[in-house]
Design a protein around this ligand. Structure first.
Ligand code: 3H9
Length: 703
């Protein structure tokens, strides 16, 4: 018999409650399934199964969650026994009923343990899912074989393709869990286990396979999605193949096939890139200021400006439960600001994704005013007015007069110097910059711009806000364009040079899309509005180095009033409000005329050369951003470009990509390009230094 509370292999414990064996996994913070956990789990299951006094087994997670998956830190190292699929098979083959008791996030291998268990009970707040796709992987511990047998292909594919966890309620409705636990989970699981007589094995389930035609149709749809929307990625197609095995092969063969596919994905650059992106995202939230100071309380937010950005920020805050006071200069503007906010919810209602009641609940947190004095109680204000220094300064002067002494003041700006804004206040240390990306309620990236004068707890509050809003924060120094737009400026220039030298904007965009971006640079310019860049270029006139190469093509386009999608044409044509542009022969003629003016004979660029130059310009400028301390570490630049600029996540980000391309090779490229344009192509001293010392960006991340 098992001694009560006997401690087995840490971090898994086996104890008994009456005749029920309780196996508890305790590996903080998320009970990841490291080798010690797998071994402990296997030992505990074997022991409990062999114990004649035990009638049923409960598996649960200590702390905040049932296991959230395999231990990602072990990926890339040799796999050690016991393997998770084998542990789960052993659980499934138990002679007594096994109950998985779920709370928190039962994800990946954790959910696969639950699927291999005979019965599943969960607290109402639990969520379950198979997020492997976000790591460039497929579920590799039976998930692709057991889940479809329980719920059919359509739902299984939805869970695996989206990778987002579903609620316990949805899982219950789909038969993926059997019961919701009211009250204490352990107690509820013990009661449930005591009722159960016989094991029930997912591998033998047939309900999901019953409608073979529907199963096949779901596979065909998914394959189409994998080839179009998820183009370039390996895991989605592998998932489809594994699901096909559910209807063409016995379980055991399907499991082996899944295993091969899993290892193939694990060995791929894609998965390495995505795992890098996963850890980079977590590392970007760890900044020195936040380790030195606690954030200030954040219970109420003020937003100044109800335009596109102000309304988007307001929606993001309202959605996360924060009450918001929006300030506009007069009643009409305020009405428009409120309408901009409501419009977001009305669209959701129209699509059937929100009810009027839910909208009213959210809007109850919204307050509008034309009086700055109404901000006297807020903890933080985000100014989101027109992107002009004098306008922003006028707002900050007002804020300085009315805010409580410890309120945080933030300016939402994409390029204005925060010091120039804060200098009109008597509270510079309470000021920081927040660069939201449009649409602010959707885009995840948030550049947190830290001026020299900002107090540590102000910076910590900026990061706390990002967490509340569900944004991915990156710390940026207060330098023109911060991290993202500064680097974009550079590779944008590189693209313009290639265009003048012979590549069409359409060839450049095609190469970028082929590389894995959702859209090309010129399509993106058209979407954002070409007038923005034009205004910036006009403002920079006179400040530019006259020896620097300057391409006038975009200016010529803007002079015609072609500002992109909103005017029906830019680099592309958008007839009848089309969202996807068509190539424009007039643009090609205009480019040719510009070349002729400079006596440039167009030459051909391969897609490979386009990308080599484009990425070299990006990475070289990123090195300067690092050298100047504008970004703290290479992985922060990766996070910025993956989450704000469409860089394919499966490549990890530009710095991770550069490591795999080879820094010495990239430096050689830059020096070769520099023979023709030594001003633009100056190798960053940081890149030179890394190559000389044989280091990579990843070494800098670790350091
Ligand atoms: C898999 O299961 C493969 C199987 O199918 C087959 C195997 C054969 N491993 O995100 P947080 C760390 S693939 C190691 O800030 P939250 C994380 O790095 C896996 N570490 O918290 C962080 O560490 P630190 C499938 C992990 O509350 C800390 O935990 N599963 C893992 O915002 C807190 O994380 C997934 O892909 C892990 N699996 O979110 C789930 N997970 O403090 C991935 C987390 O040092 N994880 N850490 O920075 C998540 O989605 C979120 O972390 C979670 C918690 C929702 C669980």
């Amino acid at each position: 018999a098992i001694a009560k509370d006997a401690l087995m292999t840490q971090p898994v414990t086996l104890s008994t409650a009456g005749s029920i064996a309780v196996i508890e996994i305790n590996n903080p913070p998320v009970n990841a399934l490291s080798q010690a956990v797998r071994q402990g789990l296997l030992d505990a299951v074997v022991q409990a199964d062999a114990d004649a006094a035990v009638t049923a087994i409960v598996i649960l997670g200590a702390g905040r969650s049932f296991p959230a998956g395999a231990d990602i830190k072990e990926f890339g190292q040799p796999m050690q026994d016991p393997h998770l699929p084998d542990v789960i098979d052993r659980i499934e083959s138990c002679s007594k009923p096994v109950v998985a008791a779920l709370h928190g996030t039962a994800l990946g291998g954790g959910f696969e343990i639950a699927l291999g268990s005979h019965y599943r009970i969960a607290v109402p707040s639990a969520r379950v899912g198979l997020p492997e796709i976000h790591l460039g992987l497929i579920p590799g511990a039976g998930g692709t074989q057991r889940l479809p047998r329980l719920c059919g292909a359509a739902m299984a594919l939805d869970i695996m393709f989206k990778g987002t966890p579903i609620s316990a309620q949805d899982a219950l409705a789909a038969g993926l869990i059997d019961r919701l636990a009211e009250g204490d989970l352990r107690q509820a699981a013990l009661i449930y286990a005591a009722e159960l007589q016989t094991p029930r094995r997912s591998r033998e389930a047939t309900s999901g396979l019953a409608d073979k035609a529907a199963f096949e149709a779901a596979l065909t749809d998914a394959e189409e999605t994998a080839r179009s929307r998820m183009r370039g990625q390996m895991a989605p197609l592998k998932i489809v193949q594994c699901l096909r095995a559910c209807i063409t092969q016995p379980f055991a063969d399907g499991r082996l096939f899944e295993r091969d596919c899993f290892f193939e994905c694990l060995a791929s650059e894609q998965s390495k890139g995505m795992i890098h992106a996963f850890f980079a995202q977590r590392a970007s939230a760890k900044v020195p200021e936040a380790s030195r100071a606690e954030p200030r309380p954040l219970n109420r937010l003020g937003v100044v400006g109800g335009g596109t950005m102000g309304a988007g920020i307001t929606v993001a805050a309202l959605n996360s439960g924060l009450p918001v006071t929006m300030i506009e200069r007069d009643h009409d503007s305020l009405a428009r600001g409120r309408a901009n906010v409501e419009q977001v919810y009305d669209r959701l209602i129209a699509k059937g994704r929100m009810s009027e009641a839910q909208k009213s609940d959210i809007m109850a947190r919204y307050q509008g005013s034309t009086q700055f004095a109404d901000l006297s109680e807020v903890d933080m204000v985000i100014e989101a007015v027109f992107e002009r220094l004098d306008v922003k300064r006028a707002v900050f002067e007002q804020l300085d007069k009315v805010l409580k002494p410890d309120a945080v003041l933030a300016s939402n700006t994409s390029y204005i110097d925060i010091d120039e804004i804060s200098s009109v206040t008597n509270r510079r240390k309470h000021v920081l910059g927040l660069h939201f990306f449009s649409p602010a309620n959707i885009m995840k990236l948030l550049e947190i711009v830290v001026p020299q004068s900002a107090a540590d707890d102000v910076v910590a509050t900026g990061f706390a806000l990002a967490k509340i809003l569900g944004k991915i924060p990156v710390r940026a120094g207060n330098s023109p364009g911060f991290i993202g737009n500064r680097i974009l400026g550079k590779y944008g220039d590189c693209a313009a040079h290639m265009m003048e030298d012979g590549a069409t904007p359409y060839e450049i965009d095609a190469a970028i899309v082929e590389f894995g971006y959702p859209m090309g640079l010129h399509a993106m310019y058209d979407l954002a509005g070409l007038d923005i860049g034009w205004d910036n270029r006009k403002a920079a006139q006179g400040k530019r180095n006259p020896a620097e190469r300057y391409v006038e093509i975009a200016d010529r386009i803007c002079e015609r009033g072609w500002f992109g999608q909103k005017t029906g044409r830019g680099f592309y044509l958008y007839p009848d409000g089309a969202r996807i542009g068509a190539p424009d022969p007039e643009i090609l003629a205009l480019i040719e005329a510009e070349r002729a003016k400079k006596s440039i004979t167009a030459r051909r660029f391969t897609a490979e050369e386009i990308m080599a130059r484009y990425l070299a310009a990006m990475v070289n400028e990123a090195c300067e951003v690092l050298r100047e301390g504008v970004a703290l570490k290479p992985s922060d630049i990766d996070v910025t470009f993956v989450h704000g600029y469409g860089f394919p996540r499966y490549r990890g980000g530009p710095m991770n990509y550069a490591d795999s391309y080879g820094l010495a090779r990239m430096l050689d490229d830059i020096r070769r390009y520099g023979q023709h344009d030594p001003i633009f192509w100056q190798a960053s001293p940081l890149l030179v230094e890394l190559v000389a010392s044989g280091q990579t960006f990843n070494d800098l991340n670790k350091g």
